[in-house]
Write a protein that binds this ligand. Structure first.
Ligand SMILES: *Cc1c(COP(=O)(O)O)cnc(C)c1O
Length: 381
């Protein structure tokens, strides 16, 4: 791709930061897509030496890079540990594979009755229409689906998936994820949404998309109209760090919310990026201010090429422990691990129930103080 960045250096000395005030095209999402940074040599990080650039270019041959100018503008180019940069910059660690990692640890492909659909829970189906993404998150759980060029589910397979949903009246919740469904050609997305919506037993549609975080300009009136027509739609996005909450991302969420689309957040717990209680607390409190509900905090899946991002389960438990009692209950997500082999998601909660004797259960509260709860007496039989 030869999309060229404009002649101004986004991070150059004495220049204003690149944004819509000095660049009229900035708010045009197609311009953002066309000008994505795909080549390591175009990264304005002075701390990167030629050797490093060379090594990262070879990582890109396996796992390509794509960063929107918008997302790049949120990164501090002087900080080699920037938490946003680490989500999008390839790393040589992606090439060291442990015996515990798999390309598809959740068995999504094996639990797939027809191409494009994963039916793991009786009442919910996951519908993957594309592998297209604006930004390639290095911790992607579906890294196995990456390819040069985008795959979009061909019409006969879309029809096959729709038919499967039509013939399974127990499916009341269809999750359209990806890839990023909000990057699909709008007429295609509109027709799929319309078809899903016309199935009487489908009560809600959920969209999984990182667009509000990495390409908020995409939330435009035409897209909003398509979503509005096919509601109830819930949108789950993925903010992983407080620095991702900007005027632009807040506006994208606001536009969705004003169309009656509740926006929830699914954070991935990432080593060295957001694995400290104060970061998740700041993130979730900022999310509430833009009326986005923290829904899940995910244990990072053991996916090949993402091993270096994984934390211990106890890191997540400790984060939840630091939230409960110390911030709004609304700011506390469920910490979940998606069990390898397709076992599904299980929540992990710090233990507050200390012991039981007879009718008495002793709890500890968030301050570590103990309180006794009395169970109702067994009703006489
Ligand atoms: C996460 C997931 C769902 C939805 O789970 P919820 O707990 O309802 O959000 C459905 N299907 C698959 C395959 C999933 O991975």
């Amino acid at each position: 791709m030869n999309g060229s960045l404009p002649d101004i250096d986004p991070f150059g000395q004495g220049l204003k930061k690149m944004d819509s005030r000095n660049m009229p095209q900035w708010d045009d999402w197609q311009w953002q897509m066309q000008n994505r940074i795909r080549d390591i040599d175009r990264l304005p990080f002075k701390w990167m030496d030629p050797d490093q650039r060379h090594r990262l270019k070879s990582v890109c041959q396996t796992f390509p890079m794509a960063i929107t100018p918008y997302y790049l503008s949120l990164i501090n180019p002087e900080n080699p540990e920037d938490p946003l940069m680490r989500q999008v910059l390839p790393s040589v660690q992606e090439m060291t594979h442990s015996e515990h990692s798999l390309s598809d640890p959740l068995n999504e492909d094996a639990n797939s009755p027809v191409r494009g659909l994963t039916h793991r829970y009786p009442d919910r189906a996951l519908f993957i229409l594309t592998n297209a993404c604006a930004v390639y998150c290095r911790h992607c759980t579906r890294k196995r689906k990456w390819s040069e060029g985008w795959d979009i589910l061909p019409p006969e397979e879309v029809e096959g998936a729709l038919n499967y949903i039509r013939h399974h009246p127990e499916i009341r919740d269809v999750l359209i994820s990806g890839g990023d469904p909000l990057l699909l050609p709008l007429s295609f997305l509109a027709s799929v949404l319309k078809e899903v919506r016309s199935i009487p037993h489908v009560e809600i549609i959920r969209i999984g998309s990182r667009i509000p975080v990495v390409l908020p300009q995409r939330i435009d009136p035409l897209l909003l109209e398509v979503l509005d027509k096919n509601g109830p739609i819930w949108l789950n996005t993925q903010f992983n760090h407080p620095n991702e909450i900007t005027e632009a991302s807040a506006k994208a969420c606001d536009l969705l919310l004003r169309k009656g689309i509740p926006v929830s957040n699914q954070t991935v717990l990432l080593r060295g990026i957001n694995d400290r209680p104060e970061i998740i607390k700041a993130l979730n409190e900022k999310l509430l201010r833009i009326k986005v509900r923290p829904y899940y905090l995910f244990q990072c899946d053991p996916v090949t090429g993402t091993e270096h991002f994984r934390t211990s389960i106890w890191t997540g438990v400790d984060i939840i422990e630091h939230l409960r009692g110390h911030t709004s209950g609304l700011a506390i997500p469920h910490f979940v691990v998606d069990l390898p082999g397709g076992g599904g998601k299980v929540p992990i909660i710090p233990d507050y129930m200390m012991h039981q004797s007879g009718n008495e259960i002793t709890f500890r509260n968030y301050e570590g103080k103990y309180f006794v709860h009395n169970e109702p007496k067994e009703p006489a039989s």
